[in-house]
Design a protein around this ligand. Sequence first.
Ligand code: GN1
Ligand code: MG
Length: 367
Amino acid sequence: MKTDVINILNSFLEPGVETDALQLSTGHINKTYKILVDGTPAYILQQINHKVFSDIDGLMQNTRLVLSTLAAYVAQKPGQLQVQDLIQTLDGKWVHRDNEGGYWRMFSYINGAKTIESVRRYSHAYEGGKAYGMFLEGVSGLTPDQLTTVIPDFHSLELRYKAFEHALELNPVNRKPEAAAEIAFARGKIDSMMLIPEMILSGELPLRIVHNDTKFNNLIFSSDGRAIAVTDLDTVMPGTSLFDFGDAIRTAANKSREDEPDVRKILFDISVFESFAAGYIESAGELLTGKEIALFPVAAQYMTYIMGIRFLTDFLNGDQYYHTRYPGHNLTRCRAQFALLGRMDEQIKVMDKAISRVTARLNAVKS
Ligand code: GN1
Ligand code: MG
């Protein structure tokens, strides 16, 4: 595998450069490698999952537009955020095709970059909130018609629930019995989860250009603990701020991993929630409506539920979509999401209070 990756690099880099490649294990969709030049991290090389992103041209146009829009934005905010560069192949293309039809692209590496899998400091949660809030502001000048919808209805619960019901009906690999408890949980919750989609439909929640995949590990931190970049721009499309806020909380405020098999270890950290919310509302607050902010606790539940449904559906379908490491991996992920949702349900009122505290503090500073 390593030799394949080194071969791909020959299409991007002049001959004679001493390179090495380390595969990063966190993404569930694309394959990502850190590329070292003379022993120092210099690039991020990525094989795009063509099954998930079928419109590679549209995806790459989006990537270029979002990167250039963010670059113009951060130029106005020196020292706060950095933006990766997309690197062309030696023959001037944005994507390299390998002999097996695979698609590869390369980005510059952000110096000193580290990602955080598990939030242990509230200052990191606050920093992360600020960075995702700035991202929202940074892309707010884009309009929906400028971006290709690379995955239609990405966070539509209606569609995700239909896909789940379809998987149940087909039951292609006969995994229903193993997932009986999770199937029942998903069915029992669906009605109460429809609030956000209904409010989008009625126009009560504004559609914006959002990131749509704000896992906490899609933020890059400096060694001194500042969030310095937002990565993984593949799903930047129209949506609601609630998707970004909710998915960040789903991953940041969970005290365990996304695929923790021991559900007793899955706890919800309300202080991470409050710190992230403080950063997010501080930097994006001017854009957000009161309704959006008031729904942030529900957004955390919504995104956790939708991810649970997606993992469960993929389990029932025989692991067709997400990369998995063992046969029950998607079911473990689903269980962990549903357990986290349970913890959130217990704390919904506490989350509401935290949001009120954050907005009251920010209003006091303003007046
Ligand atoms: C996938 O790219 P990655 O692995 O961060 C997925 C997200 C899910 C996430 C769950 C294109 O993200 O929607 O939130 O897994 N991306 C796509 O961890 O489906
Ligand atoms: Mg992604």
